[in-house]
Structures are given as structure tokens and as C-alpha cells.
Write a protein that binds this ligand. Structure first.
Ligand code: EPU
Length: 337
């Protein structure tokens, strides 16, 4: 294998943090993962680098997943089953499914990153999580040295969480997802429950939206609120929306009537971290080169030249401000390496 040495990862992480990998290998086919030499080193499996904070040089091997491919696997009366390689760009894949006439992923339009990373943190937006459309996935298990398949139940999905994170595999590099199979139900209904999406469609005077109309509306909403990593480096939402038990949430909402809160099926209540951060004075505020975005306070941005240490400093300051004002702990969403 032509493993490269001392590779700059700046172009491969959307926060544009400048660190080096001691060894770097691009993976373009699943069979490459079976090479014994890839199992020797400390590993990190890199996708689009859009949910990642690189805090220092990485002494091991970075496997950059670039496995291509997208195809209809099968079709039955109820659904289309579509497989995509881990290295397919997520948004391009979603657009492609819509063009083929297979709706169901449109609410996840414009999420940065690659297909193979989508299950790891169970990406979600505008009332849909990827676990609701995921049929199964294929992966290489570096420890057992075999290809495995996991169905959606085995992945133990939860809000921004999965078996991969629960087991620490996203950090240990034990598993490399090679492809994901989606089940897209033929019984399609537009999911426009989120006010932002409904308002955008109303503004465009679309009463009965097609899947592509929903995708376009979501692209418009995201482009208005969220910075494009190509121009303002960022990693999307930087904190989870905190989940509180209902009593604590009720007390907080009574004290702060504007606080957006969303009751969950398990009885807990999700609070809008962006609102908490804005009220704590951090919307558009900077500490050194790292700040919280002026149009969406939940998004941490690198204004230029930041390192992982700068990110940690701003993160800690925001957590402290929210804790002091609301007594709520914010936990970071991205992976720290
Ligand atoms: N809000 C504020 N101030 C802000 C930001 C938000 O008051 O600066 C309020 C909004 O007005 C709204 C509420 O907070 O009432 C929620 O905001 P928004 O709809 O923008 O969504 P979010 O909760 O901040 C989550 C996801 C996003 C996803 C959106 C849309 C998490 C951690 N984030 O953000 O996902 O796109 O909902 O569904 O769950 C990501 O994970 O990287 C991501 C962008």
C-alpha cells in the first residue's frame, strides 16, 4: 500500500484545524481494509471531517474513507432499498435519490459529510433522523478481521448517538463502515412539521410540495442560518440540545418563558442549546479566533488561524456562561481527536 507520511489534515476537517497525521491512507475499495498492515497501528477512520475537532498531531494511521458507489439494491411493494458507498458525499447522494424518484431523505439535504459517517452520530435535521431511513450497514471489523453487517436495531440509535459511539469505536478505529443501505418507503408524505420549513414553503407559495420542493426549502433555510464550511470553517451544531427530565425543564421554562422546549417520547424534554447560548451572550461573540456564529449561536466557527486549543477555550467559556446563567451542562457534539 502507498501509505503517505506526515500528511496535513487541514483540508480534511471542516473546522480547518492544522494538524498532521503520521500516516495516511485513502481507502477506495472495501478489500483494501483487509491489508494486515492497516491493523498494526493506532487508527482513526476519517470521513468528511465535518464533525471533528483535531486537537493535536495524530501519531497513528488515518484511513480516509473514499469508497464510491450508489445503486438500487432491490425494490418491493413498500420501499426502495438503496446502497451507497461510505465515501459518497451525503448531500450529492440525497439529491441523486430525489432525481431517481426515490424520496425520503430530503429533510437531510445539505448536511455536510459523507454517507459512511451519517450513522455514527445518527445525523438529523428538520424532523428526521437518518436511523428512520437506515435499513442496514456494512463494515470491516479490524479486531475480528471480517466484514460484518448490522441492521438498524443492532446500531442502537438515539439522538446523535449509535452503537459506534457507545462502544467508542469512533475513537478506537475498530470499525470502518464501508456502505449503508437505506430503505425509502414508497408511501411518501411531506414532512414539513418544522416551522422554518413550513414558512419557507409558504413564502414560495407552495401548498402541496414535492420531495424536491421540500429539499429546496431545507437548502434555503440552512443556507440562511448555517455557515458554509468552505468560507467560514465550522463543524455544524457544536453542542447537543440538552435533554432534561420534565420537572427540571418545566422549572426552567417557567423562569425563562422564551426558552424553546420539545417533549420527547421518553418523557424527557429537549431544550434549544442555541437559545441558551444566545441568552448567555455568546451569539456572534469571539474569544481569540474562535466564536459562536452570528446567525446561529449553536455553531462554533473558526474565524481564521485557530488551533484545537483555541476551540477548547471557547467551548469551555460558552459552557461556563450557560452553566452560570441556567445551570445547564452543554456537551459537545463533535468527536475530539
Ligand atoms: N435559537 C435561538 N438562537 C440561536 C439559535 C437557535 O434562539 O442562535 C432557537 C431558535 O429560534 C429555535 C431553536 O433555538 O427556536 C432551535 O433552533 P434551530 O431550529 O436552528 O435548531 P437547533 O436545535 O439549533 C438542531 C440540530 C441541527 C439541525 C436543526 C434543524 C442539534 C444539535 N442540532 O439545531 O443539526 O439542522 O436542529 O433540525 O440537534 C448539526 O447537528 O450539526 C445540525 C446543524
Amino acid at each position: 500500500m502507498n501509505t503517505e507520511q506526515n500528511v496535513d489534515l487541514t483540508p480534511f476537517n471542516t473546522l480547518a484545524l492544522p494538524v498532521q497525521a503520521a500516516r495516511y491512507q485513502k481507502i477506495t475499495a472495501p478489500e483494501q481494509l483487509t491489508e494486515p498492515e492497516l491493523s498494526n497501528d493506532k487508527r482513526f477512520i476519517l470521513g468528511g471531517g465535518s464533525n471533528l475537532v483535531l486537537t493535536g498531531n495524530f501519531a497513528g494511521l488515518v484511513l480516509h474513507m473514499a469508497i464510491p458507489g450508489k445503486r438500487l439494491v432491490k425494490e418491493d411493494n413498500t420501499a426502495w432499498y438503496i446502497e451507497a458507498g461510505a465515501g459518497e458525499d451525503w448531500h450529492d447522494f440525497v439529491q441523486w435519490t430525489l432525481q431517481q424518484g426515490w424520496p425520503g431523505l430530503e429533510n437531510l439535504s445539505l448536511i455536510p459529510g459523507m454517507v459512511g459517517a451519517a450513522p455514527i452520530q445518527n445525523i438529523g435535521a428538520y424532523g428526521l433522523e437518518v436511523c428512520e431511513r437506515l435499513h442496514s450497514l456494512n463494515a470491516w471489523d479490524f479486531e475480528k478481521r471480517e466484514f460484518i453487517a448490522l441492521d438498524a436495531d443492532q446500531c442502537r440509535f438515539a439522538y446523535r448517538d449509535s452503537l459506534f459511539k457507545q462502544q467508542g469505536w469512533h475513537l478506537s478505529g475498530r470499525m470502518a463502515i464501508t456502505s449503508v443501505i437505506f430503505r425509502l418507503p414508497k408511501a411518501w408524505v411531506a414532512n414539513c412539521r418544522y416551522a422554518d420549513v413550513a414558512n419557507e414553503l409558504a413564502a414560495q407559495q407552495i401548498a402541496t410540495p414535492s420531495p424536491q420542493d421540500v429539499a429546496n426549502a431545507i437548502v434555503a433555510v440552512r443556507q440562511r442560518k448555517l455557515p458554509d464550511p468552505a468560507s467560514i470553517p465550522n463543524a455544524g451544531s457544536f453542542f447537543h440540545n440538552p435533554l432534561l427530565d420534565s420537572d427540571r425543564a418545566a422549572t426552567l421554562v417557567a423562569k425563562h418563558p422564551g426558552l424553546p422546549s420539545y417533549p420527547q417520547p421518553d418523557g424527557r424534554v429537549k431544550l434549544a442549546a442555541g437559545w441558551l447560548i444566545e441568552q448567555a451572550g455568546w451569539k456572534g461573540k469571539k474569544l481569540g479566533p474562535v466564536g459562536m456564529y452570528e446567525k446561529q449561536a449553536l455553531v462554533l466557527v473558526n474565524h481564521g488561524g485557530a488551533t484545537g486549543a483555541d476551540v477548547r477555550r471557547t467551548m469551555a467559556a460558552v459552557q461556563a456562561a450557560v452553566k452560570a446563567r441556567f445551570d445547564v451542562n452543554l456537551t459537545p457534539e463533535p468527536i475530539f481527536l
